[in-house]
Design a protein around this ligand. Structure first.
Ligand SMILES: C[S@@+](CC[C@H](N)C(=O)[O-])C[C@H]1O[C@@H](n2cnc3c(N)ncnc32)[C@H](O)[C@@H]1O
Length: 282
């Protein structure tokens, strides 16, 4: 993260969600009417002009970003139907779930948005200015996962470890060190009651010589240009083991091909560096 600057990757993925709004409702993978409101001057202008990012699908990244948001939405909605009403968005960026699902979440729900201080500040100010609908209890909590554990700040904000919770960790682990990912997972394990749920994406950079693997590594090496270097990669077979070490049982792991089939009927290429995981606290 650039010192003192809000996350640019958070705005880029928000731009991708905003672009989906230009399609007719029935053709969208997900519906995020608030996404355009969080865009800054550059991406906001591109959005208003209706311009795509340089390469429309960015080698499958756009499709991956839309599919991961939808995958997590589906798990979140199912968890809320099972009675979970404490939601924690880790590295929330411009995730608008508190607003998109305000009605579904209802009066009892509480949403905690945890993010790096500069991004958390911009989000909090925008949400306040735009007066978006939100559950009555909705807190923005500043934490740098690289150097801090989120338990203290979450408890201070009112998080109740005895109450079932759904944690979203979307588009964040790849920007952290292995130590920070492990430390955050072990903190979550201490924070959540049996049955708590976690949905996240993880990325894996194949060190092979195929054109696809090389291209993926080249695109990752460009990320420091926008302030967020990719520093964590985990093979999908290792993910259930890492989660198990921290008391979580992997209930679903979905790769790029499965995402393409599930959300795009196989018609769109989904970046194969990333995969999605849903896990439950044992
Ligand atoms: C690609 S964005 C994803 C945002 C959001 N989860 C979404 O999917 O729209 C990455 C997010 O991770 C957060 N992040 C990156 N490094 C972080 C750190 N060390 N501590 C806390 N948050 C961090 C950024 O502030 C940003 O909100």
């Amino acid at each position: 993260m650039r010192e003192g600057a809000p996350s640019f990757t958070a705005e880029v993925v928000c731009f991708m969600r905003a672009s989906e709004q230009r399609k007719p409702p029935g053709a969208r993978v997900l519906d995020d009417p608030y996404a355009p409101l969080f865009l800054g001057p550059l991406l906001g202008s591109l959005h208003r002009l209706g311009l795509p990012l340089p390469a429309d699908n960015l080698f499958g990244l756009t499709a991956f970003v839309l599919a991961r948001h939808r995958f997590i939405d589906d798990h979140l909605v199912a968890a809320v139907a099972r009675g979970i009403d404490q939601i924690v968005l880790l590295g929330a960026g411009y995730d608008a779930r508190a607003h998109r699902f305000a009605e579904l979440l209802g009066e009892r729900a509480v949403v905690y948005e945890v993010d790096h201080p500069a991004t958390a500040k911009r989000k909090r100010e925008l949400v306040h200015k735009l007066a978006l609908p939100a559950p009555p209890r909705h807190a923005h909590v500043a934490v740098d996962f690289q150097h801090q554990r989120p338990d203290g700040p979450l408890r201070e904000a009112g998080f109740d470890p005895a109450r079932p919770a759904f944690f979203v960790w979307e588009g964040v682990t790849m920007y952290l060190s292995h130590a920070a990912v492990s430390a955050t997972l072990s903190t979550l394990a201490t924070l959540c009651a049996h049955g708590a749920e976690l949905a996240l994406d993880l990325w894996y950079y194949d060190d092979g010589h195929s054109a696809r693997a090389t291209l993926n590594r080249i695109s990752a090496s460009m990320m420091p240009l926008i302030g967020e270097a990719v520093t964590f990669s985990l093979h999908p077979r290792a993910a259930p083991l890492l989660l198990a070490e921290h008391g979580f049982e992997c209930s679903e792991l979905v790769d790029a091909d499965a995402l393409a089939a599930r959300f795009f009927g196989g018609a769109r290429h989904v970046m194969d560096t990333g995969y999605l995981v849903h896990a439950k606290r044992r």
